[in-house]
Design a binder for this molecule. Structure first.
Ligand SMILES: Cc1cc2nc3c(=O)[nH]c(=O)nc-3n(C[C@H](O)[C@H](O)[C@H](O)COP(=O)(O)OP(=O)(O)OC[C@H]3O[C@@H](n4cnc5c(N)ncnc54)[C@H](O)[C@@H]3O)c2cc1C
Length: 500
């Protein structure tokens, strides 16, 4: 058998995607399997946003073997228990999409089905009362889960907010120590094989040249290799996710760091608020067909917690994804492979997923199309599933106050989402299909939070008597409240464990 393995890998781009990929490949493949080079251009820079995550990032951190306290400290980060949605279902209404589950399932039936049964008759308070994440967020509390038997304190699920620039630096240090070579410079030319079209090398402005067997395109929206050279094509989802710009600005004001991301619906989109140790990240995601940049700027600046720390800057994008994420000997990861929008902080997760799936379908130099096709199919399905979850937030609204919300309320949605909505409207049931990222709890949280009202409740939620159901829900509510009260303030937890 000849040794046909990949001997050299070039990663194009040094943003979050590039350095996450470099770190993971260096960790998993070790120093001797292949030479890994990362090229980035200081002159071009990175997108500079992308600061909220979901709990799956813990898997990535564990895989790298990094210290969580060190990671939070070095990235001036904070902890995240979920997302607070303000004014989405209707103006004046707020809900929380927590990580983790509500309550505990009973007799094999989901907790939220029992809650629905009581809530529809006015016999239970709002669902947040049964989520340790939602309750702790309300109290501004945080701690990591502890081993406490059935207590909600054993089930705390969390993610992070971090400074994107510091995160890339943190990972760069990790990757370089693990053997990755960094090359600074602007790529001006991509050289392809005359017949096969495979990428052979990239050329830099300074005359340098990097050859490799496998190229990973982490060049951001540029899609320098996957689109520029290999013409993958783009699937445009603007009709479902019409936002096409974001205006971002950091501000001061971090006395009491809230342990959650806030998303506030605005006239033609929504505004994020991401609290870090040294600043708050803010941005208004919008559709330029419905509002001017000037109006966005005015709203954004009028809704900051503190002084702006920079000039607001506009980032333009088209929601959707590359027709193929992997073409020939090039795999696109990060914004180079597509972007939906940051509503549920899923982009960094998609980077993680791209890396994990690349590793589990890792090629040799024959680049078997079977592996490539499989990779493309799985990533596309995953992207579509996330898209549907995001579209739900826009579609399921009572807002009629602006043309943007009229468009969203009336737009056609993908079939799979239409079915999920129809099922929920009938019985309040939600399902996680196959391996989709968002589970039934998340679908339930957003459908309920967006004020969708089922015709009735899941009939199997009558396995327990009404009295027994009420009694168990009361116990759970008390345990959740007591646990949240027991937790330290988020700021104190950071000060004690991971202050920058
Ligand atoms: C408004 C907005 C908000 C977001 N919020 C979130 C969030 O809260 N959570 C989340 O998970 N994701 C979020 N994202 C997505 C997230 O920012 C990205 O997934 C993440 O930053 C990865 O970006 P990237 O590394 O792919 O691209 P970039 O950061 O753009 O990096 C591209 C790299 O390629 C290099 N490069 C490009 N062209 C060349 C060239 N010719 N030569 C050499 N180098 C080159 C650049 O120098 C840079 O190093 C958000 C995105 C946007 C637009």
């Amino acid at each position: 058998m000849t040794d046909n393995r990949i001997r050299s890998i070039a990663i194009v781009g040094g943003g979050t995607a590039g350095w996450m990929t470099a770190s993971a490949l260096a960790k998993v493949l070790g120093r001797d399997y292949a030479k890994i080079t990362l090229v980035e251009s200081d002159a071009i820079g990175t997108v500079g946003v992308g600061e909220a995550t979901i709990p799956q990032i813990n898997i990535f951190n564990r895989m790298l073997g990094i210290s969580e306290n060190d990671f939070v400290c070095r990235t001036k980060g904070s902890f995240k228990l979920g997302i607070q949605f303000v004014d989405w279902g209707r103006k004046g209404h707020t809900y929380f999409h927590p990580f983790g589950k509500y309550g505990v399932d009973m007799e094999g039936v989901s907790f939220h089905a029992y809650w629905q049964r009581l809530y529809q008759d006015g016999l239970a308070p709002w669902i947040d009362e049964y989520s340790i994440q939602a309750k702790a967020a309300e109290f501004g509390k945080f701690m990591r889960p502890i081993d406490a038997g059935n207590s909600p304190l054993s089930q705390i699920s969390y993610a992070f907010h971090f400074d994107a620039g510091l995160y890339a630096l943190f990972l760069r240090e990790y990757a370089e120590a693990a053997g990755v070579t960094r090359r600074e410079g602007k790529i001006t030319r991509v050289l392809q094989h005359g017949e096969s079209g495979f990428i052979e090398a990239v050329e830099l402005e300074d005359g340098g040249r990097i050859e490799a067997d496998l190229f990973i395109d982490c060049s951001g929206f540029h899609g320098l290799l996957i689109e520029g050279a290999l013409k993958s094509g783009y699937v445009d989802w603007s009709k479902y996710l019409p936002a096409n710009r974001a205006m971002a600005v950091p501000c001061s004001g971090v006395e009491d760091i809230t342990p959650y991301t806030r998303s506030t619906a605005r006239d033609a989109g929504w505004q994020w608020r991401i609290p870090l140790q040294h600043r708050i990240g803010n941005g208004y995601v919008y559709c330029s067909d419905f509002i001017s940049d000037e109006a966005v700027r005015e709203t954004l600046l009028a809704n900051l917690d503190g002084e702006p720390l920079a000039e607001p800057r506009i980032i333009k994008f088209t929601t959707g994804h590359r027709k193929k994420h992997w073409v020939k000997n090039c795999v696109a990861i990060g914004l180079a492979s597509g972007f939906m929008e940051p509503l549920e902080s899923t982009s960094i997760w998609m980077i993680q997923s791209g890396i994990a799936r690349l590793l589990s379908n890792f090629p040799d130099r024959s680049f078997n199309p079977v592996d490539i096709d499989r990779y493309n199919r799985v990533i596309t399905t995953e992207t579509e599933e996330i898209r549907d979850f995001l579209v739900l937030h826009y579609k399921a609204t009572e807002r009629t106050d602006t043309p943007f919300w009229d468009y969203c309320r009336n737009m056609e949605v993908p079939d799979r989402l239409a079915e999920k909505i129809a099922v929920f409207e009938n019985s309040g049931r939600c399902f996680r299909e196959n391996e989709e990222l968002f589970n039934d709890t998340s679908w339930f949280a957003v459908m309920t939070g967006q004020l969708m009202k089922p015709r009735t409740f899941d009939p199997v939620a009558q396995l327990l008597s009404l009295e027994e159901t009420q009694s168990r829900l009361n116990q759970i509510q008390t345990a959740v409240t007591n646990s949240a009260e027991y937790m330290p303030k988020h700021r104190d937890f950071i000060n004690d464990h991971c202050a920058a």
